[in-house]
Structures are given as C-alpha cells and as structure tokens.
Ligand binder design. Sequence first.
Ligand code: UT7
Length: 323
Amino acid sequence: MPETVAVNDDYTKIVDTSDEWIRGRTGISERRVSNGEPVWYMSQKAAETAMARANVDAKDIDLVISTSVSPDYIYPSVSCVVQGKLGIGGNKTSKGAAAIDINCACAGFVYALDMAARYISTGYETILMLSGENVTKSVDYSDRSSCILFGDGAGACVIQGKEGLFGSFLASEGEGAKHIYARSHPVKNAFSPAPEASLYDGFEITEFGKMFLNGKEVYKFATRVMVEAVQKACENANITPDNLDLIIPHQANLRIMETAAQKLGQTMEKFYVNIERYGNTSSASIPICLHELAESGKLKRGSRICCVGFGAGLSYGAVVFDY
Ligand code: UT7
C-alpha cells in the first residue's frame, strides 16, 4: 500500500461533502493514495511479499497474470514490466515466464483466479497473480459521489497445487457498460485529425482517462449479482454458502456487502471487510484482504473461501476454493 493517507476530511476541501456522509453511506474513513508510486512498483512489492511467503523462487514461476483498470501504460502489460524487474521464469523457458494482463475491472482478481486454476489444471505448476491499482489518477474530482470512493494499492498471490475444492461462476451484463467507464484516446489520426463524428456508443462524452460512474445503477447491479455469483459458484463446487468459512467481497461499499450478506442468509462475521481503511481499490481489493488475513493468521489451511467481485463491464463472478 502507498504510505500517503487521504482521510474523509481531506475531501471536504475538494468537494461539498462530509466525514459523516462518507462514513454513513459507504463505510470508508480513509484510503491510501499514490504519492508517485506507479502500478508496476506496487505490484512488484506485493509480488516480492507473496513469493517470500510462499517460499517460491522467481525463476520457478511459469506464468504471471496481472489485473488493473489503471495500468501505467496502454502497452506493455504490467505483467511484462514486473516479469522483467524480478526476472520471473527461466527455469523452464530460455528467458522469462509467460505474462498476461487482463482487464475485468473490479472483478479482475476473481477472473484471474479462475484463469489461474484452469492453467494449473492443464499442467502449469506455479502462477503469480498481481492486482495493482492507481485508480485515484482517473477519478473525477468534481464528482462528489465517486471521487470519495477510491484508493490505490496492490496485492499478489502465488497459486500452486491441484488438490482441493474449486468452483467458479463468471458472467457479464454488457448493456450496463455505460454506467462505469473511462474513455481511451479519441478516434483521430493524421488523416482525420478532427473527425466530425465517430460512431456513437451511447456513452456520455467524457475526457480521456477520466472515470464516469453512475453509482446508483452500479449499486443496484452489485447487490443483485453478488448473491447470484456466490450461490452459483457454490453450486458448481457442490457446496452451499452455509459451508463457507469466509467470504471475501470486492470492497466497494459497506452497504453493498451488508445487503449481499443478508440476501445470502449469512452474517457479516463471515464477510471480511477493510473498506474503512482503504476505500475501493478496484481489482486489488480482494488480494489486499487476503494479505491482511494471512498476516493476522486468520487464513487457515483448509479454510473454505469464496471471493466475489463485480464492476465495470458490467462484469462479475465468484470463486470458491479451499486455501
Ligand atoms: O467497484 C465498482 C464501483 N463501485 C460503485 O459503483 C459503488 C456503487 N455505488 C455506491 O456505492 C453508491 O451509490 C454511492 C456511494 C456512489 C452513492 O451513495 P447513495 O446512497 O446511492 O447516494 P445517492 O447517489 O442516492 O445520493 C444521495 C444524496 C444526493 O443528494 P440529494 O439529491 O438527495 O440532495 C447526492 O447528491 O447524497 C448526495 N451525495 C453526497 N453528499 C455528500 C452524493 N455524494 C455525496 C457526498 N457527500 N460525497
């Protein structure tokens, strides 16, 4: 996590808001914000900690999967940059390990974990997963309902082993894509420097890279699909949500997590929550939770865990596994 902290009162200098509103409506008290730390750097630091904890040498990693909505470059991938910095791979290839970035927004970690499990089932032995985010560079600081939500940070996991329970459920609702997005470069080039009209996508016209968020719509979507994703991932693993020891949800809003817990018939004791300290760190939020659980000794071998994510796309999903 970056060391710089932005507390709710800091936002009262930027927009018309209050600590009381932010805490009451979101559960957030503070977030970490990058003070120049790029995504590759935060991802690299998280990778070093994960590899040390797993006692895995960088050379033995077969594949790096990285997720981010806020990468430092359009290309190259974050996974290639970190592969190069840490000298990942090499024991089975002449140079570095395979490296892939995926963008499934805040559901990125869940999609990457599903992907990692499938690679493992086809013979890959050791996979490094990175989720690094610098969302604060793209938030719209004139929009009080969204700028207060987001923070920066990274998490990483080493994935190994074929034994144990695994089930997943992944889905998307692309018709809701217009509810949360950031545009890339405008469609213009040397031959059409100012095109009169590019094909209209139905999205509002926004500045390059800046976040647009329709919070209400994403809120409704999230409280509906979290329940479906957990139930279907459990079904695919032949268990029920009652059999889970721990549910680690994407940290977007405390009220979203409470509503999902209630609809699933589960208590909040089963849900891991740290949104009060970090806000929404997009795809990094679930691995940051896993890191805290590991650090505090609460992650026990054999724990039955469900990670559930949702976000831009709109995409969503859940994975169920035994730690
Ligand atoms: O990771 C995926 C991305 N995550 C999300 O999209 C999060 C999902 N959405 C949410 O968490 C919530 O919808 C928000 C936190 C974004 C908004 O909370 P809400 O309870 O849905 O508030 P609202 O949009 O219904 O607004 C209620 C009132 C409005 O005022 P009026 O029209 O009732 O006078 C807003 O203008 O609260 C006002 N408001 C604020 N007031 C003080 C909105 N933001 C703020 C603010 N401070 N920061």
